[in-house]
Ligand binder design. Structure first.
Ligand code: G3P
Length: 218
């Protein structure tokens, strides 16, 4: 299972990379805006900085919504670095562009997936990744994990090579449940990844080991 971090914050990306568990990065226009990254040149430069920190795939999302401009923007993003994965919206033109990039051997991530049918269509178009949004479904009282299970079953039935990238992760249990279901990748805020480190019995156990060591080594 691969771990991606879902942020455009360079310090958090460095922290996850330094922990030694990071396989890639996903961003979106909201996350770029949160870091105050605006203007085309700054945005391209920021993606380049992210690629220099991590070894794996870096999803960069297009803003265009019509086929022609998605292609122009996507090719511009893909030219930044071979690590760049073009993130495309789950729309008619987004799917058409996914097929176009797939034919050219350029990696894609189809985002804003909220149904198994959308994931199936994206896989048919040759998407490298599909991004079902787990947390946003949970937010509206719909079982986000069930969607991941449905997509897993469909992809396994037909041996689709498209990777399930579970997105909109809100807490550590989402990560654990995605691992049980067999999501290929999770993309998560650093806080949920760091949360996996913690258990009170680990802290209590370590404290006891160290105090016993001190008693015997005065
Ligand atoms: O990057 C896509 C997705 O992970 C966004 O998550 O928390 O805004 O629903 P969230």
């Amino acid at each position: 299972m691969k771990f991606f971090i879902d942020t455009a914050n360079l310090n958090q990306i460095k922290e996850a990379q330094n922990l030694g568990i990071l396989d890639g990065v996903t961003t979106n226009p909201s996350l770029m805006a949160k870091e105050g990254i605006t203007g085309k040149e700054n945005i391209l430069d920021h993606y380049s900085k992210i690629c220099n920190i991590v070894d794996g795939d870096v999803s960069a999302e297009v803003i265009a919504t019509d086929f022609e401009n998605i292609i122009i923007e996507g090719e511009e993003l893909a030219n930044i670095n071979p690590q760049i994965v073009i993130k495309l919206p789950m729309t008619h033109d987004g799917i058409k562009a996914t097929k176009y990039f797939s034919n050219k051997g350029i990696k894609t991530n189809v985002t804003l997936i909220f149904s198994a049918g959308q994931a199936l269509l994206a896989a048919k178009a040759g998407a490298t990744y599909v991004s079902p949004f787990l947390g946003r479904l949970d937010d509206i009282s719909t079982d986000g994990l069930n969607l991941i299970s449905e997509i897993r079953e469909i992809f396994d039935n037909y041996n689709f090579q498209t990777h399930i990238l579970a997105a909109s992760i809100r807490h550590t249990m989402h990560i654990i449940d995605c691992a049980k279901i067999g999501a290929d990748v999770i993309t998560s805020p650093l806080s949920s990844i760091s949360g996996l480190l913690n258990h009170p019995l680990t802290d209590i156990g370590l404290e006891k080991f160290l105090s016993d060591y001190k008693k015997g080594n005065k």
